[in-house]
Design a protein around this ligand. Structure first.
Ligand SMILES: Nc1ncnc2c1ncn2[C@@H]1O[C@H](COP(=O)(O)OP(=O)(O)OP(=O)(O)O)[C@@H](O)[C@H]1O
Ligand SMILES: [Mg+2]
Length: 308
């Protein structure tokens, strides 16, 4: 399948001389949700702005729907909806006018029924006649999403879409993003909420110092890099780990009532049976045992730390 976005050897050096993107190569598949993760200043917004044609790449090529974003700018930009990280709104316009106007900017005929559906899906319908200045931060961000969707784009960029949005509405937004994906829209989002990527992304890219250090299917990523923990609820509190078990990656938690063993699922031997033998030999009794898989957050933190 032809990628909907193809990024080839893209570099961005700002006029200050700062290299914000370093040889980026990435193919985005149609109708996937791609989450771009990375610490502050990693280059996420720069990459998105470059694909959208807001800033020019210093070198390299980007195609959207098979067309070059420079020579075919009108076509490629028309396919894209962008929710920028920075909220820039016309404070004194109403929600309805702002969103309808955005649609017009892309040369699309008015479609009040579509605007109504979009505002409803973002829980903004009751605010349609309010001026933007009268809205809360989370509401403004949702207006930005409505604006980005107003011309029915086939690709949607969401740069920190849920920053400042409360937990419940965030879940509604995830639902909306999934629905858009199911309708065939390709979604690229950045987020600092790792559970957001874990929840909705099909693929994950990690960017650091302008370099894409990892691109992986989410499920595969979590399986490959996933560390597992074996959690033992002890009958008697343990004050210290017996020296015979010093070689195991063990931690005592919960006032000594929990013993936690971290192991790598990719190792041939997890060491669990040997650990249990040691526990029995040391007369450490447990009443319950469970396992826990590391989250994407753990994976992300260790990845970003490792590559410094
Ligand atoms: N106009 C500019 N001129 C010079 N440097 C810039 C400019 N815009 C961004 N940068 C630098 O480029 C780097 C990447 O910035 P960018 O905004 O892409 O990061 P980000 O990954 O989106 O970070 P955040 O998570 O904070 O949004 C940063 O070091 C930033 O200071
Ligand atoms: Mg950013």
């Amino acid at each position: 399948m032809q990628p909907i976005i193809q990024i080839t050897n893209v570099n961005k050096v700002y006029t200050s001389g700062f290299k914000a993107l370093d040889t980026i190569n990435l193919a985005i598949k149609p109708a996937e949700i791609f989450a771009l993760l990375g610490p502050n200043g990693a280059g996420k917004t720069t990459l998105i702005s470059t694909i959208c044609g807001i800033i020019d790449a210093t070198s390299g090529q980007i195609t959207v729907d098979g067309k070059d974003i420079v020579s075919d700018f009108r076509h490629t930009r028309g396919l894209i909806g962008l929710v920028p990280q920075e909220l820039a709104t016309d404070a004194f316009e109403t929600v309805w006018t702002t969103v309808s106007f955005s649609r017009g900017l892309f040369g699309k005929k008015p479609n009040p029924a579509f605007i109504e559906k979009t505002l409803k899906s973002l829980s903004l319908w009751d605010k349609k006649d309010n001026k933007l200045i009268e809205l809360s931060g989370g509401m403004k961000r949702r207006v930005m999403i409505a604006k980005a969707l107003s011309h029915q784009p086939t690709i949607l960029f969401l740069d920190e879409p849920t920053a400042g949005v409360d937990v419940e509405l965030r879940k509604d937004m995830w639902q909306l993003v999934r629905q858009l994906r199911d309708d065939g829209v390709t979604i690229i989002l950045t987020t600092h909420y790792i559970e957001e990527a874990e929840e909705i992304a099909d693929r994950i890219g990690v960017i650091k110092n302008g370099q894409l250090i990892l691109v992986e299917d989410k499920v595969a990523l979590m399986n490959q890099l996933g560390k597992k923990q074996l959690i033992l609820d002890l009958k008697e509190p343990l004050t210290e780990i017996p020296s015979s078990m010093a070689d195991f990656n063990l931690q005592i938690k919960n006032d000594g009532l929990q013993l936690i063993y971290s192991y790598d699922t990719t190792n041939e031997h997890t060491g669990i049976s040997v650990l249990l033998q040691h526990l029995s030999a040391s007369s450490i009794a447990f009443k319950d045992i469970k396992t826990d898989q590391s989250s994407l957050e753990d994976i992300f933190v260790s990845l970003v730390r490792e590559t410094t």
